[in-house]
Design a protein around this ligand. Structure first.
Ligand code: HEC
Ligand code: HEC
Length: 320
């Protein structure tokens, strides 16, 4: 009797595993759709200048899309080519950063609307769900236009970036869990740069990714799992994986907020100093070149977010 039950359980389990394996393999190339934003590159020099400022400054594209080993140059302000090739080794696999120069091996054959859709809706040009490394879902039409306009003016660099390599876990997540991440609410057509809380919020969430790093996230899916700005996101150093960072709590909590007693001038002075811990993944170099108004706007916004009591015991852990 018992033997029979086991036999049947075994058969059911076997079918379940086969079913899962088939589903996972069939869904490896699952294609998503999303609308194409009505965004077209411009040749206006002011628009291109704004794009360049964003790419090497607050939006720090160069920090990820620069060639491997150029972290220090990016930090020092060099305009490295955005030819891609680095990868992020996360539990789902090695996710390669793409070549975004206007070469045939980069974005040369992509339409402006396709690039805009990737950034806004997380649906790649090939229809894949893009891993949520980039925070540009609610970036304004004008700023996306500026960024794409600037990319079009850069020197084409031929560099074939390998496809991302997924682990078994990554394949399962890709088939069943990971979906494209798109905007929340209405995306603004343009946002006026000034020192307001509103503009600070826009920068912190949709351009500079303060929220994306200073909020705890699941490294398997990229999902936000902690309260906004309360820190605790675990990041390996991009220059030496021995160094592991737990991002500080930058919410205005009196007891545990890392910057609770910083004045606006102290915050500004900290940003001007750039990177102090050489292994830090925070793009301090690009941020140090943001203008005063923008840094102040971010400070003012961070003062208004919900305070969360959460002690981050150790910001830097060095593994042997
Ligand atoms: C934190 C790192 C990071 C930053 C910052 C970043 N990117 Fe990316 N980008 C990635 C990764 C990783 C991928 C590949 C994701 C994937 O394939 O799932 C990618 C992919 C892309 C793609 C390819 C989309 C496609 O359809 O294949 C474009 C275009 C792009 N990024 C543009 C930009 C621009 C423009 C900026 C700055 C405004 C930027 N990225 C900032 C990490 C980053
Ligand atoms: C790629 C992830 C990442 C991004 C993006 C990021 N941070 Fe950080 N941040 C970190 C890490 C890791 C640390 C701790 C290491 C260090 O101090 O460099 C940190 C430290 C800090 C500190 C404490 C610095 C000190 O000297 O005590 C402040 C303040 C801060 N971040 C604010 C911000 C703001 C504001 C933004 C957006 C403009 C931002 N961060 C974007 C990862 C990030």
């Amino acid at each position: 009797m018992l033997k029979k039950i086991f036999k049947w359980l075994g058969i059911i389990l076997l079918f379940a595993i086969i079913g899962l394996a088939i589903t996972v393999s069939l869904r490896q190339n699952v294609k998503y759709t999303a609308p194409y934003p009505d965004i077209h590159a411009s040749t206006d020099s002011a628009v291109i200048a704004r794009g360049k400022y964003l790419v090497y400054g607050p939006a720090h594209c160069a920090d990820c899309h620069g060639p491997a080993g150029t972290e220090e140059q990016v930090n020092a302000g060099a305009e490295v080519p955005l030819s891609g090739g680095k990868f992020f080794p996360i539990p789902p696999g090695n996710i390669y950063v793409r070549n975004i120069t206007p070469d045939a091996t980069g974005i040369g054959n992509y339409k402006d609307e396709e690039i805009a859709r990737s950034l806004r809706f997380g649906v790649g040009v090939d229809g894949r769900a893009i891993f949520d490394f980039m925070p540009f879902h609610n970036t304004s039409d004008d700023d996306l236009t500026a960024i794409i306009s600037y990319l079009r003016t850069t020197k084409p660099v031929s560099n074939i970036v390998p496809k991302s390599e997924y682990t078994l876990l990554g394949k399962i997540l890709k088939a069943l869990v990971i979906k494209p991440v798109g905007p929340t609410g209405d995306v603004p057509k343009s946002v006026k740069p000034d020192s307001s809380v509103e503009y600070g919020k826009y920068l912190a969430t949709s351009v500079a990714n303060c929220r994306g790093c200073h909020t705890e996230r699941d490294l398997k899916t990229g999902a936000f799992i902690g309260p906004d700005y309360a820190g605790g996101f675990v990041l390996e150093s991009p220059v030496d994986p021995k160094y592991v960072f737990h991002t500080p709590n930058i919410s205005p909590d009196q007891k545990t907020g890392h910057i609770y007693d910083w004045t606006e001038d102290m915050f500004l002075a900290r940003f001007r100093k750039g990177k102090l811990i050489p292994q830090s993944p925070m793009p301090w170099g690009p941020f140090s070149r943001m203008n005063d108004m923008e840094i102040k706007a971010i400070y003012r916004y961070l003062k208004t977010v919900t305070p969360v009591e959460r002690k981050i015991e150790k910001i830097l852990v060095v593994n042997k």
